[in-house]
Design a protein around this ligand. Structure first.
Ligand SMILES: [Zn+2]
Length: 257
């Protein structure tokens, strides 16, 4: 998935880049290593272990009633996705969580490498939240794994800088989050950042009226306005950013490029 999207976004570019591509690849790769390793080597196995344990405890929604397996699968998948939509809002609304999620948003370009640029601290918070969701929903171990795989693929897809035909993307967007939709979430304008929180299914934003689609991609300035200097956003600084004093969100003056 990564290789295909990487090649496609090189060939069909949606947003113009403002930074050197290879320098960003280097920064995003190194910043992502701790989070990448923690999630795959520890947290996903831990979440699956939790779901295995929960088969004995029989706790959570799915264990409350008998239904065809497919129905339990659908309930698990939908509610896991809904819980991740909620978690994404919390990341933006709670200052202690925003400190960590900020590292992801300081990227001044948006492409498939941004899909990996997460601070490991954010992963620690998310595994606690996701673990609780798994127990409350009563998700089976297999479904934890399936959801994680689709979640990963969806994250890569909606961060990618691929230019799809507008009509095709609009059709796709009725169901899932697409690159143009998520591009708006990475805008420097606060009300645009405060929209489009969905991960896989786009309808959570529609249901909660947090959806915003009427912004052209060429108008978007990607990043956060209080961290606008790429020379400041080095690998070392990004890793310690959550532990420094976080600046107030500055109103983006030069609103449009
Ligand atoms: Zn976000």
């Amino acid at each position: 998935m990564f290789v295909i999207l990487f090649l496609l976004e090189s060939r069909f570019q949606l947003r113009k880049r403002v930074q050197g591509r290879w320098k960003r690849i280097l920064i995003n790769t190194i910043v992502s290593i701790p989070a990448f390793a923690l999630l795959r080597l520890l947290f996903i196995p831990a979440m699956m272990w939790l779901a295995v344990q929960n088969q004995q405890w029989s706790f959570g929604l799915n264990y409350l009633f008998d239904a065809p397996q497919l129905a339990h699968f659908a309930i698990s998948f939908l509610l896991l996705d809904y819980s991740n939509y909620t978690w994404h809002i919390l990341l933006h609304k709670f200052p202690i969580l925003w400190r960590f999620h900020l590292v992801h948003h300081t990227d001044m370009d948006l492409d498939i490498t941004t899909a990996f640029r997460f601070h490991f601290g954010e992963m620690i918070g998310s595994v606690i939240f996701r673990g609780a969701a798994i127990i409350l929903i009563g998700v089976s171990p297999m479904m934890v794994l399936i959801y994680e795989i689709v979640f990963e693929a969806a994250t890569q897809f909606h961060h990618s800088n691929i230019k799809l035909s507008f009509r095709f993307e609009r059709m796709l967007n009725y169901l899932i989050v697409t690159p143009r939709m998520h591009g708006i979430h990475h805008s420097m304008i606060k009300k645009e950042t405060d929209s489009n929180y969905s991960i896989i299914f786009s309808f959570w934003d529609r249901i909660h009226k947090t959806v915003r689609l009427n912004v052209h991609q060429y108008e978007i300035v990607t990043g956060v306005p209080h961290y606008p200097d790429e020379r400041e956003l080095t690998i070392g600084h990004l890793l310690k950013l959550p532990f420094t004093r976080i600046r107030e969100w500055k109103k983006w003056q030069n609103t449009r490029r």
